[in-house]
Design a protein around this ligand. Structure first.
Ligand code: PSU
Ligand code: MN
Length: 345
């Protein structure tokens, strides 16, 4: 009921391309502007499976044009399995669930053109408040808020989309006990009931500490058909997973049990990468971390910096592996989304 279709006219009056806007149950006019593609609205209304996708991975996680072809491949893959893709992003201050192909292309260029801001949960109110300032378009080009795993989870949940496919989630950074650099992704997993399908957390992070925090936050965490927690570029980390999932129905029923129990947490499903990067990726990560430290790169710039530096150092090997794992995650995520919508209806 948080989704209220106010009709084309209301929306056109205000100059937005929105088809649906958020509102509370009392019909109080929304302050958050939403635009949800009709395809996504229809699927949600009819109980058909939808998978949310994040936009940071497109704008800041990979270079153009590989990021665009990956986004297109993932959307095609989901559709071929009867699932509607819904990329979450903020376009000129309007929260979006679902983007047209030409918008995905623009988002894919925006990172390198400096028109995309990485947005985690803390940034959502800030960017929402700058609504009118952000609505510039025209010759200056569109301004994008590229949502991280945390922000995508939150917006997907508001849009009633329970399944979200990504590459890797954030976690506790190496040395996090000193720097306190712990991704909001973990906080959001603790309080937002969305199933996140990823390839685990990469070794720029401290995998053991990340799993400890997930346990503290009571986040159901399991590996797809394996007992070992995957390390993003590699299916192996040497760390035992707290649980495993053997089929999509199992993930769906665990998710729904959590809701029945009144738990607010998300569920993390880690899919082992079946197209790993070569051995040198680990050395590159070490080197990139050193370089980040020397150059004083901190906060939300670290993850994009490491991803880019490692891709350069491995001459695209890490990028190839990264792109491949997102597609494997999409295959699993599509089945989970279908299982959830079947069990819910
Ligand atoms: N890991 C990847 N690719 C990515 C990210 C992480 O392999 O693109 C992005 C995701 O959007 C994730 C974010 O939510 O980085 C985490 O950033 P931070 O560590 O600043 O919270
Ligand atoms: Mn951080």
């Amino acid at each position: 009921t948080f989704l209220m279709d106010l009709g084309e006219e209301w929306v056109a009056d205000r100059g937005f391309d929105a088809t649906a806007l958020s509102s509370d149950d009392n019909g109080v006019p929304p302050t958050v502007m939403w635009s949800i593609l009709p395809e996504v609205v229809d699927a949600l209304r009819n109980g058909c499976p939808v998978v949310a996708l994040e936009s940071t991975i497109v704008a800041h996680g990979m270079p153009f044009p590989g990021n665009f072809s990956l986004a297109s491949d993932v959307a095609d893959l989901l559709r071929s399995k009867g699932v509607v893709p819904a990329t979450i992003a903020i376009k000129d201050g309007v929260f979006r669930a679902g983007l047209h192909q030409d918008e995905i292309l623009d988002l894919a260029k925006a990172g390198e053109e400096g028109r995309a801001t990485k947005c985690s949960t803390r940034d959502l109110p800030l960017i929402g408040a700058k609504l009118s300032a952000n609505r510039r378009g025209g010759e200056e080009g569109v301004l994008w808020g590229a949502t991280t795993v945390a922000a995508t989870m939150r917006l997907a949940h508001l849009a009633n989309i329970p399944t979200f496919v990504t590459g890797g989630t954030g976690g506790v950074h190496r040395g996090g006990e000193r720097t306190m650099d712990i991704s909001t992704d973990l906080v959001e997993l603790s309080r937002t009931p969305v199933v996140v399908v990823s390839a685990g957390v990469k070794s720029i992070l401290d995998i053991r500490k990340t799993l400890e925090v997930l346990e503290t936050y009571a986040v159901p965490t399991g590996v797809w058909r394996s007992n070992e927690f995957p390390a993003f570029f590699s299916p192996q980390s040497g760390v035992r997973s707290p649980a495993r999932f053997d089929c999509a129905d199992e993930v769906a029923s665990s998710y729904l049990k959590g809701l029945d129990l009144g738990l607010q947490s998300g569920t993390l499903v880690a899919v082992p990468n079946d197209d790993p990067a070569g051995q040198s990726v680990e050395d590159s990560i070490q080197e990139a971390l050193k370089e980040a430290d020397e150059r004083g790169i901190v906060g939300n710039d670290i993850t994009p910096f490491i991803l880019k530096t490692v891709a350069d150092m491995t001459r695209g090997d890490s990028l190839r592996s990264n792109m491949s794992l997102v597609k494997s995650n999409a295959v699993v995520g599509a089945d989970i989304a279908s299982a959830i919508s079947k069990q819910m209806n």
